[in-house]
Design a protein. Structure first.
Length: 147
């Protein structure tokens, strides 16, 4: 079972993702947060998850800052950025902050589930729509993470 925390500032999007993932028998959403500060509070009270699905643009503490916090305090937890941002600078910034995957909110539920499973297994994942924006990757490239 892959335990997941959803970090997204829009409640309706969090609820939608949670509903999509309910059909995945190998993925369990164990907690939610609306921003990075809420995530810190959640992590202080539960066992760290396998994967955190993290939005980039959030109030109080954005996804990049939260990603750095998680990498520093919970290095075994993997981070999958799920965002509508597709600018190369945003992509590179969240990946350099420690995210091990990046997927667009335009992805379908099967692609999201696949990304979660791959990231949880220690691989990195960049969806094809995003990898086209990065000169160093190929469309659909899924790489092993050597961390």
């Amino acid at each position: 079972m892959t335990n997941v925390i959803l970090v997204e500032d829009h409640s309706i999007i969090r609820q939608g993702i949670k509903m999509l993932l309910k059909s995945e028998t190998e993925i369990l959403v164990i907690a939610e947060a609306g921003n990075g500060e809420e995530l810190k509070d959640v992590l202080a009270h539960i066992q760290p998850p396998d994967v955190i699905i993290m939005d980039i643009s959030m109030p109080v503490m954005n996804g990049i800052e939260a990603c750095r916090y998680v990498r520093q305090h919970y290095p075994e937890t993997r981070i999958l950025a799920l965002t509508m941002h597709e600018k190369e600078t945003d992509i590179k910034e969240i990946l350099s902050a420690g995210a091990t995957g990046y997927i667009s909110k335009a992805a379908d539920s099967k692609q999201l589930a696949q990304a979660i499973k791959l990231v949880a297994a220690g691989n990195s994942y960049i969806c094809p729509e995003i990898s086209q924006k990065l000169p160093d990757t190929k469309a659909g490239n899924i790489q092993e993470n050597n961390n």
